[in-house]
Design a protein around this ligand. Structure first.
Ligand code: ZN
Length: 208
């Protein structure tokens, strides 16, 4: 009997449970099998901490949801941004992911509301208009009149495609449409700015 003939007793480990844990961790973004194995071994060896982690994951799964109105991550539905009376619902900022709301909220300068698309148009990857919640966006704009739509999407081909689509959607509506400016980051060096960013910054230069 050669070593290869031995039956597989639960994968690489003598534990199907550990193998399952490694497989589940390995499905997390950015974690390969090696890192997943390291974390799994750490978790089963650690006393106490892993139970807290398991409980926190369980609670988060039960409590965290998307706001049915704007798509933000929240526990209360609708979220506190949608229900706050101190915010201007005529100002609507369109973002692609719920995490894009965070820097706005951290900055504290935006007092309008949001609409999360969930993804960006990408015809090459088969992501078309019907895959995005544009129907809900139109409904939102009709139910709660909007004075200004601010497009805050990634400065990528997909972001550009999606912004153009939103522009078409808003064409016949009586509202102002704006986009976040792109340019040189604060503290950034001009000499190390890529050409596309510099070109955009030049294109959207403003009177001084
Ligand atoms: Zn909301």
């Amino acid at each position: 009997m050669s070593p290869g003939d031995f039956p597989n007793d639960g994968g690489e480990f003598q534990s199907p449970a550990l193998e399952d844990l490694v497989r589940s961790l390995g499905r997390l973004p950015g974690l390969g099998r090696k890192s997943a194995t390291r974390i799994a071994l750490h978790l089963v060896d650690a006393t106490g901490g892993a139970h807290d982690l398991a409980a926190a994951i369980e609670t988060a799964i039960q409590q965290v949801r998307h706001c049915s109105n704007c798509g933000a991550i929240t526990e209360a539905d609708p979220c506190r941004i949608c229900t706050s009376t101190r915010r201007d619902s005529a100002l609507l900022c369109i973002v692609s992911s719920p995490v894009d709301i965070l820097p706005f909220e951290k900055g504290g300068f935006f007092r309008g509301r949001y609409f999360v698309l969930g993804r960006l148009l990408s015809p090459l990857d088969g992501v078309r208009a019907r895959d995005l919640p544009f129907d809900r966006l139109i409904q939102r704009m009709e139910e709660d009149p909007v004075r200004e739509v601010i497009i805050a999407l990634d400065a990528s081909v997909e972001g550009e495609t999606t912004a153009l689509y939103i522009q078409q959607l808003c064409e016949d509506r009586d509202l102002e449409l704006s986009r976040l400016a792109t340019g040189i980051p604060v503290g950034g060096s001009l000499a190390y700015t890529d050409e596309v960013t510099l070109q955009r910054a030049y294109q959207f230069r403003r009177a001084f």
